[in-house]
Design a protein around this ligand. Sequence first.
Ligand code: FAD
Length: 895
Amino acid sequence: MKVGETITDYFARVMSVANKMRVYGEAMTDVTICEKILRSLTDKFNYIVCSIEESKDMDALTIDELQSSLIVHEQKFHRSSCVEQALKVTIDGRVGGRGRGRNNYRGRGRGRGGQEFNKAMVECFKCHNLGHFQYECPQWNKEANYTEVSEEDEMLLMSYVESHEVKRNDAWFLDSGCSNHMCGNRGMFINLDESFLHSVRLGNNSRMNVVGKGNVRLLLNGVNHVVHEVYYVPDLKNNLLSIGQLQERGLAILIKGGVCKVYHPTKGLIIQTVMSVNRMFILLAQTPAPTNAQSEKCLHTSSQDLSYLWHRRYGHLSYKGLRTLQYKKMWNWGVNFEAQILLDLEWGENEENNEGEERVSENGDEDGNGDRRERSESEGSEEARGREVGNPNESGENEGRVRRPPPYLNDYVSGEESSAQNLRCLVPSVPKPLLIFTPLLECHVQAAVICSKQFGVQLRVRSGGHDYEGISYMSEVQTPFIVVDMAKLRSINVDINRNSAWVQAGATVGEAYYRIAEKSKIHGFPAGLCSSLGIGGHITGGAYGSMMRKYGLGADNVMDARIVDVNGRILNRRSMGEDLFWAIRGGGGASFGIILSWKIKLVRVPETVTVFTVPKTLEQGATKILYKWQQVADKLDENLFIRVVINVVNSTVNGQRTVQTSYNALFLGRVDKLLQVMSKSFPELGLKREDCSEMSWIQSVLYIAGYPTNTAPEVLLQGKSLFKNYFKAKSDFVKKPIPETGLVGLWQRLLAEDSPLMIWNPYGGMMGRISESAIPFPHRKGTIYKIQYLTTWQVADQEIEAKHMDWIRRLYEYMASYVSSNPREAYVNYRDLDLGTNKKGNTSFIEASAWGNKYFKNNFNRLVRVKTKVDPDNFFWHEQSIPVLPSKKGRGRGW
Ligand SMILES: Cc1cc2nc3c(=O)[nH]c(=O)nc-3n(C[C@H](O)[C@H](O)[C@H](O)COP(=O)(O)OP(=O)(O)OC[C@H]3O[C@@H](n4cnc5c(N)ncnc54)[C@H](O)[C@@H]3O)c2cc1C
């Protein structure tokens, strides 16, 4: 450690080296790191090192604990400008360097240069006698009538905060810095064990005496909460609720957006409070006088039996569901769900199970009618209750009860409310997930992988729900299955100075664009045109957009990623290795792990860009103009992206249906320059100044996505889709222009369909300069443009669906001779199950090549190798996941 370096900086430096060593296979345990740190601190920490080594079990000491402990001492140095304190230790003879040698004391290798430690020479800092440390000083006991208790000192980082806002007996601070609930007012206890004597140490190393322990009843919005094991600390001016102790009792604490919510595992939200001006979370509770009539309940949950544990662990799946899984031999829990099925522990417990909350009526009488509505500290409106509360009175009896999801784990989302885009994949005949799990934290995603693997249940992962075949939210082949919905992991952290941003998987590209533009007018990101795409799934397939000709795909501009692998580990680029990092950027979604977040590289955009849309119908010479576009589309100035949207409209000339080709463009520059480029390269379109609009890049995002003019960019934060349909789509890549005769045949087919749509996206520019194998997305040099074919319909009807599916399949056949061949390339983000699907178990390399080569060309081989390495048991399976190569050990059994 350098002189003057802070503990935080030093730990960061050590951890960075230690992590590197871990990556290279060195076994760097916490103990080793702690030992190294203790050996290498500067001299002013000597006495702390001694006391830590003396007082702690080094084998159990975590790095975090060590850091916290050292920081507390460091703060002490800073606070007092007085001379540094040090325990006097006598060095017996040998004075060595900071070698690795073991010292004799306690027999471990964390000695400092072979110094002998003699406790007899230690001077207590409290009584100044020799032979013991300050914390062992018998003086403490005398002063505090302290009786020896086996526990270690309680730590209290926060003691009294002089607040003008709150200085009242009924204020309870929610505090993560204290190790136990504490109360300074004797009158608040409904019972008190005064034989309990203890002491708590404050952050400044002073102490307060604990002279009893008992229960306190808090009345919050008409509901009694009995808080157990509260220390009575007479000197304490404010009351503290220990967040750590609450969570030990099964409660979940969520602090977000200036609101702290406490959730009971079965009753949902029980306490809610908003942040005070000085950034504290305070509960204002009435403390009713204790009455013997009221039986005590506590902020506590207990797990009655194994089946209940499984029920909770499995996302509060109903007992019926658990029983089904057991019948299907998906997993043997070794418990009998028959007995449990009658006991709906989720919301409709009988009184015996209602620990943690007592309902009292307005006048304070308990009504005991089983109404489990939670009350919130800050409000209590009916609306809020209705939103988050399960009311058992609405349910029927036993099995027939309506199960309400526990709001703290997720907001379970029903199919209708979900982000799922393709309504074709939501019709009743399509199997539905057992549950949709919405992680709030990265570790929830880890838990989802570990649990699904352990229970042998198929897992689907959804970010934005735009998968063309609904792979992210339905499974035709493998049931039962669950969906991990990343929608709540959507934070975005833009670092303009480093031209980068970390974007969590559940964020939409529109949100990412907005957050970038919010910080800079000259930065952007080259991904999809549709703003509601989930960045999680979108980038896994490539992610093209209107800046692709200038900067390539979204996946070409990824710098790092965090994923949860098949073993539930969180890996980043360094720890996952370059092979896996290569595979996830374009190798298709949900084959290798769950993306938690992408680190994207921001690109430069001009402050002013220009957009236009010029429609041309058949009557306006659409065929010839389109033929010309095919010749120039990939050769135009790479600042210019002109896509062609082709659909069928009523002709203004004769009222008949006609084909319309709309040239929809973004130019990364001003209109004057654009007009020059167009008159030189594509005069056939006849672009005029009045067709063009200059605007900021973020406004162009809205324009291209199809929002009406003057829509505020904030709409992007809503993540709403403008396209939710019953649809089927396909894709092709074109290497040479389709002749006019071919186009005419195409028009005939479009005119025969109700709502056909084609989008032709130009390639060239940067797309042609990036090598085919740089990432798994292979459609590069030689591609003029990509075609997307779409047909949509409005009702869930099998016959109607069959008719449209048939139309698009015949159109695809017709186009075969005009597009790429050997393989006939396709875009994996426009997933098309007609190209082939995995069998229920593993699929052979040859079979999977049917679609694998179309999506990835030669990169498919490498993808299969990576998949075999990182997920040999094929856990991340779906209809078009990358297959694994069979191994001699019989791996690759699939699901
Ligand atoms: C209206 C519309 C417009 C589109 N526009 C464009 C466009 O402009 N450019 C373009 O390139 N594509 C476009 N697409 C295609 C789009 O890129 C893909 O459908 C993409 O997969 C969508 O990602 P998502 O997260 O929204 O979808 P999801 O359905 O959530 O996921 C798609 C796939 O990725 C997997 N996946 C999702 N999240 C994760 C994760 N966190 N980790 C691992 N795997 C995951 C899913 O399991 C699924 O296989 C469009 C699609 C639609 C419906």
